[in-house]
Design a binder for this molecule. Structure first.
Ligand code: 5AD
Ligand code: SF4
Length: 438
């Protein structure tokens, strides 16, 4: 049945920003092979589902998505499952979903063209290796870009939080080289990027040697990018509290292009729970970091991740999470119900929390976080600030961009996408701001 010769493709990425980055790289790779991108999976000969395994819901979604690729006439595209579900489930995927032709893990996707060739020959092609050679060296150069771009500088995780699949799906912590990162950043800027977000599961654990052989951390990288002509903004995500070095904290007060925004997950506000999560930081050490970051950059927006209902979490321990949220005052945050993941230590722990208790805790936490987000947004009304225009709005003449604090700002303007404009913030809602060009 597999005599198809795919000429068009569509990559659909789920989950984190690193998947978005990987999806863009896979698209560039397929284009370099002479295939062209289709806007929708319905129009594509090859569909790549770039999946997320972080929580059960995300992981299960792939199977319904595969089912939906079947067309009215009974045909289907060539189907590749990439990303962290591919890594975690491997050969189990075609067993459950026989229409899958290709399974490719996050460290092996540079081999996608070979896998497509094998699939064309009717073979089922599976590659979940974590090869020593880095995929990055095998990928084609970066190409067309919008005003904002992601750039993976570090991948994998050695922290082994007890709830988390990432150390298993993405592998050990690896930093890309200084030269490779700066080269890719230059290529992105040459192709229109004005903002680069440095990505890593533990991006602030990035380490390397600069061209003079000096050891550098993420702060050194930010300082080097600060000198890159044409680049206007630098962001990074996601960070672990234990890798928040003094140098990086200082950089927030000194590096002009480094945006005043820090995503620093704490997960819980209770020290017993943090210990059971193997987070290797305490609430006090986390709060001390936030204080130092705010000393370095008083207007910095703090963001975080939270898990409610970790096994054994009591009502009182959950209340501590509300307390740390009160203490930090977040500009925005992500919060999740704990999801037991196969193979992780927490999945085997006693005291799994019932679903209704988790629901209630999540609602209370999100109500508080939403309140803080709205207050943060409202506090920017009346301010003049820069906005990087990223995409078209729904109304004619309307463009949408981001403030330095990562808020979406809608405005009517004659300026173009990619422009950095001075804006006065005129009103604020929970999820976006309205501005007028100043
Ligand atoms: N259940 C719920 N949330 C999780 N996260 C990671 N693993 C799990 C899990 N098993 C959350 C953490 C992490 C974010 C990316 O996803 O908050 O910071
Ligand atoms: Fe997962 Fe913890 Fe590593 Fe983050 S630091 S990727 S939560 S194991």
């Amino acid at each position: 049945m597999n005599d198809r010769n795919p000429k068009t493709f569509h990559v659909k990425s789920f989950g984190c920003q690193m998947n978005v980055y990987d999806g863009a790289r896979m698209a560039e790779l397929l284009e370099a092979e002479g295939m062209s991108a289709a806007a929708e999976s319905a129009e594509a000969d090859l569909v790549v589902l770039n999946t997320c395994h972080i929580r059960e819901k995300a992981a299960e979604k792939v199977y319904s998505d595969i089912g939906r690729l079947k067309r009215e006439d009974g045909s289907r595209p060539m189907i590749a499952v990439a990303g962290c579900v591919a890594q975690a489930e491997g050969a189990e995927i075609p067993r459950r979903a026989p229409s899958v032709d290709i399974v490719v893990g996050p460290q092996a996707y540079h081999r996608l063209p070979e896998l497509v060739t094998r699939a064309k020959a009717g073979e089922r092609a599976l590659d979940t290796d974590m090869p020593i050679e880095s995929k990055f060296t095998a990928l084609p150069a970066r190409r067309k870009q919008g005003p904002t771009a992601f750039l993976t500088v570090q991948e994998g995780c050695d922290k082994f939080c007890t709830y988390c699949v990432v150390p298993y799906t993405r592998g050990a912590e690896v930093s890309r080289s200084w030269a490779a990162i700066l080269d890719e950043a230059k290529a992105l800027v040459d192709h229109g990027a004005r903002e680069i977000t440095l990505l890593g599961q533990n991006v602030n654990a990035w380490e390397g040697e600069d061209e003079k052989g000096r050891t550098q951390g993420l702060d050194g990288l930010a300082r080097a990018l600060d000198r890159l002509p044409g680049l206007e903004r630098i962001r990074y995500t996601t960070s672990h509290p234990n890798d928040m070095t003094e140098g990086l904290i200082r950089a927030h007060g000194e590096v002009e292009k480094l945006m005043p925004f820090l995503h620093l997950p704490v997960q819980s506000g209770n020290d017993r729970v943090l210990k059971a999560m193997n987070r290797s930081h305490t609430t006090a050490s986390y709060l001390a970091i936030i204080e130092r970051v705010r000393e370095a950059r008083p207007d910095i927006a703090i963001s975080g991740d939270f898990i409610v209902g970790f096994p054994g979490e009591t009502d009182a321990e959950f209340e501590d999470t509300l307390k740390i949220v009160e203490a930090v005052n977040y500009a925005q945050a992500y919060s999740f119900k704990y999801s037991a993941r196969p193979g992780t230590p927490a999945a085997e722990m006693d005291g799994q929390v019932p679903a209704d208790v988790m629901d209630e805790r999540l609602q209370r936490l999100q109500a508080l976080l939403n309140e803080q987000q709205l207050a943060f947004n409202r506090a920017t009304v009346g301010r003049r600030t820069s906005v990087l225009l990223e995409r078209l709005g729904k109304k004619p003449g309307q463009l949408i961009g981001k403030s330095p604090w990562l808020q979406s700002v809608h405005l009517e303007t004659d300026a173009s996408l990619g422009d950095l404009v001075e804006v006065e913030i005129v009103s604020a809602g929970p999820n976006s701001l309205a501005g007028a060009q100043a």
